[in-house]
Design a protein around this ligand. Sequence first.
Ligand SMILES: C[S@@+](CC[C@H](N)C(=O)[O-])C[C@H]1O[C@@H](n2cnc3c(N)ncnc32)[C@H](O)[C@@H]1O
Length: 457
Amino acid sequence: MTDSQSNQLELFKLIKEKTAIQANNKNGAEFSNPAFAGNKIRPIHRWVPWIAGFSSDFVKDALHEYLHNKGVVLDPFSGVGTTLVDAVLDGHNAVGFEINPYAALACHAKAHAHRIDINILQKNMLKLKEFYKDKASSNYIPISEPPKGFKTRAEFYSPAVLGKVLIIQDFINSIESPDIQELFRLAFASTMVRYSNYSYEPSLGRRVSAGKDNIEDFPVGETILNKLIDMAEDIAWFKKNLPASDATVRIINASFFEYESHLTPESVDVIITSPPYLNNYHYNRNTRPQLYWLGYAENPRDLKPLENSNFGKYWQTVRGQECLELGFLLPDSDLEDTLKLLRTLHAEKGVYGGNGWANYAAAYFRDCHTFAQGINYALKPGSTALVVIGNSILQGVSIPTDVYFGKIAESIGLELVDIHIPRATRVGNSIIQSDVRVTKAKNSHQLYEAVVELRKR
Ligand SMILES: C[S@@+](CC[C@H](N)C(=O)[O-])C[C@H]1O[C@@H](n2cnc3c(N)ncnc32)[C@H](O)[C@@H]1O
């Protein structure tokens, strides 16, 4: 960084300190997710909160343990890019699939942060500051409009907040450099729920339903500027810490189930990933604000393909079917019996009873099967996949997804090396010390997370 760049950053830090007091006092709402907690303070990783499965520490440990030379790292369910960012920082080539366009945007911006010209970024931040100050204090009528198709039960933004958000949109639309515009879009999208009348609990719902007041007014511009200041600091850090290498990152905004169209067989050295869990967490519904405001969706039809190709489907999409079969055999496992038992429970509740949930579980394990085939296709012989996955309890029935996924992987020819249950304490020297959510199952009816370690034969 040149002297003038670091002076500029110092200046921005001062601005940030001033605005932080205002912005922080407003009950900011974010995803709450212990597994992501470590990422909240890490450069680059802190940009976008997400339900993640693991944090940067886990990925770093895993890369050091399983990849000793420069190689290709794949994350089939990239989320906001934890694996991809750390792979690049370690000098590896990274490939990520992510079906959600907002998350894919985050992956792209973060993993390519080194390309950003900090001078141009700072110039645009100063311009935003002036533009916002000027327009927010005048009778300016924004050109931008809220996305027409984005319907919510309650007003998403209060009028005063909406006015400010639209000023920001006008500014973002005027940015010439696509890379810089991408950062500004992300700075808006990653903070936009904080000043809305909705919050993440961790699913998106009305603030009033969670006992919180609506947000009548908010320092929107300051909040976005603060986010950009963090980003600028992190970009400088990223440039400094990126090894001199010709490593590439490829982000594929598509379902991993299309792996054959995008990947060469046996081309990957390690897979580090966490697919959606069997908990019906609705990534698409929870990111509707971002998907509409960023222009990825104009009406509910646009979200259907995302829903249909989402790993594990959603309970809502399969609960009404008579009996969704697994569609494959799994010898030496009680998965079929568990599903049968589930089907018999609470028949009086109709689609809300056991059969609906058994359909959802069957859809989920079908996708686990396809996923395992994808792993087998992509990995080089002798290479490892680490899959972080949470167990589940459906209608009181314990579903050890880690064990079933391990069996499924074996059934398609992968070696199941181990299933690690992360420990709460940091002792020992293996991936189990890492920063996966550390809730440990004391009995079969407790939620836990596991790392399923697989090897390609
Ligand atoms: C547990 S999150 C992964 C988070 C990631 N480990 C991180 O640190 O950000 C699972 C992700 O899988 C994505 N996803 C769901 N179905 C998918 C599919 N068929 N192909 C690719 N990504 C998918 C979801 O959008 C979600 O971001």
